[in-house]
Design a protein around this ligand. Structure first.
Ligand SMILES: [Fe+2]
Length: 463
């Protein structure tokens, strides 16, 4: 999608003090001071108002045009103006970007975690972030990591930069006020935010105790899924993706620290100014947010159960058609209307691996045990499906269950073609539910040999 769209949205749902542009993949532009954006060229000898021109490339220079992502930032001082990077002290220890025997293990068991308690000790987004599982390598630009965070305080005099991949953040408790080089975003539980590879950002926590989920992808970016026979409309609409407007600060910041995640390790570099000094920018490589309540679900209107891919919000593709490095799928409020159909998710085994989280409410396939802020992991070809209570209750409703609206719920799934390795602190976590398997143990046989014999006899007799 091309065409500049510098606009102010009037949506009353948005914070009154923040403005956004809208669109997905658009080439946008924004200037905090009129005239700050060079006209007619990207890199003039002298930029307006004495700004420096700096490009950030989210794809190789030579990527095909329809995939090419980059932005030009016009800033008071260039990003390079800092002291050398040094390993952060203390090191982090719970961030992984290359999954192997030394830092993670394999486990095909169905896994589930209760919500992790938010710490009492001062913890910001960086220190509160920890890897749960993942596959591949940021060094090889192929793979993903799934993290969670529990934090209670804003980042102070430092900015984070992820040189490994893109973050898709799903807050579950507490709003995030995020300052980026392109401007500010406020993200509430029920919304998501994508912070692309390489952007510097600060996470403030206006509500204090906060918790959420993060999918990180290496060597790919999220895109909207193709809609095929659905047509032009449905699922997530481009116009509902919100992008910040330019915002800058010009002040002395002695001891300001850039914390760079590079190969899963943290490095720090000092500078004496804020990295949020971009007065104007243009490009299609930008942070953005999306309100999940804007999603337009599509599903069966007569019988059977569509595959969960029908609820894909964003997908990060691999080179193989239809095979995702990581899909972000939601299970939002919606009507269930299928006739003579088992309506909860079907029992299945999947060549893809599925990590699930719950933002609020309950999840239709689990009567209990899967809680907001908790998580589950069903890895490649590991069987899973509704728990015993859900199965029995659904069957007991009988064939004449009328239309039913699932309300007050927002579950989601990170689904990947790569088999995840799991970090030891996740497997040893006090939050892990050792009894998870028992939710299926009660599924008893309903098979009736007598009924089968009788029916079979009738068929053979031509009745
Ligand atoms: Fe599944």
């Amino acid at each position: 999608m091309d065409g500049q769209s510098v606009s102010k949205t009037n949506d009353s749902d948005l914070p009154s003090d923040l403005q956004y542009q809208f669109g997905f993949g658009n080439h946008l532009s924004s200037e905090a001071i009129a005239g700050a954006l060079p006209r007619g060229q990207n890199n003039p000898l002298i930029c307006p108002f004495g700004l420096y021109a700096e490009q950030i490339s989210g794809t190789p220079f030579t990527a095909p045009r329809k995939q090419n992502q980059f932005s030009w930032l016009y800033r008071i001082k260039p990003s390079v103006t800092h002291e050398p990077f040094k390993p952060r002290v203390p090191s982090h220890g719970k961030l992984v970007s290359e999954f192997n025997h030394s830092n993670s293990s394999t486990n095909p068991t169905q896994l589930r975690w209760k919500p992790v308690e938010i710490p009492d000790s001062p913890t910001d987004f960086i220190d509160g972030l920890y890897t749960v599982c993942g596959a591949g390598s940021s060094f090889l630009r192929h793979g993903y990591a799934i993290h969670m965070y529990t934090a209670n305080k804003s980042m102070d005099n430092c900015a984070f930069c992820n040189a490994d991949g893109d973050f898709l953040i799903v807050p579950q408790k507490g709003r995030l006020s995020i300052t980026t080089e392109c401007g500010k975003l406020q993200v509430s539980p029920g919304e998501i935010v994508v912070l692309p590879h390489g952007f510097r950002f600060v996470v403030d926590l206006p509500d204090g105790p906060s918790r959420g989920y993060v999918a990180e992808i290496f060597g790919a970016h999220f895109q909207l899924p193709d809609l095929g026979p659905i047509g032009a409309n449905g699922l997530a609409a481009s116009r509902d993706f919100l992008v910040p407007v330019a915002w800058y600060e010009e002040c002395s910041r002695p001891g300001y620290t850039i914390v760079q995640k590079y190969g899963g390790e943290l490095f720090t570099a000092k500078q004496d100014f804020s990295p949020f000094n971009v007065v104007a920018w243009h490009g299609n490589y930008v942070p953005y947010k999306y309100d999940l309540s804007k999603f337009s679900p599509v599903n069966t209107v007569l019988k059977d159960h569509a595959d969960p891919s029908i609820n894909t919000v964003l997908t990060a593709p691999t080179d193989k058609p239809g095979v995702a490095l990581l899909d972000f799928v939601i299970f939002p409020p919606r009507w269930l209307v299928a006739e003579h159909t088992f309506r909860p998710p079907y029992y299945h085994r999947n060549c893809m691996s599925e990590f699930m989280g719950l933002i609020y409410g309950g999840y239709e396939a689990k009567a209990d045990g899967f809680l907001p802020g908790g998580a589950s992991l069903h890895s490649c070809m590991t069987p899973h499906g509704p728990d015993t209570k859900t199965f029995e209750a659904t069957v007991a409703q009988g064939k004449d269950a009328g239309p039913f609206r699932i309300t007050n719920t927002m579950a989601f799934m990170f689904e990947s073609c790569l088999m995840p390795r799991i970090c030891p602190w996740a497997l040893e976590s006090p939050s892990i539910d050792h009894d998870y398997y028992q939710c299926w143990v009660g599924l008893r046989s309903h098979f009736s040999r007598e009924e089968a014999n009788d029916e079979s006899q009738k068929i053979q007799n031509g009745h």
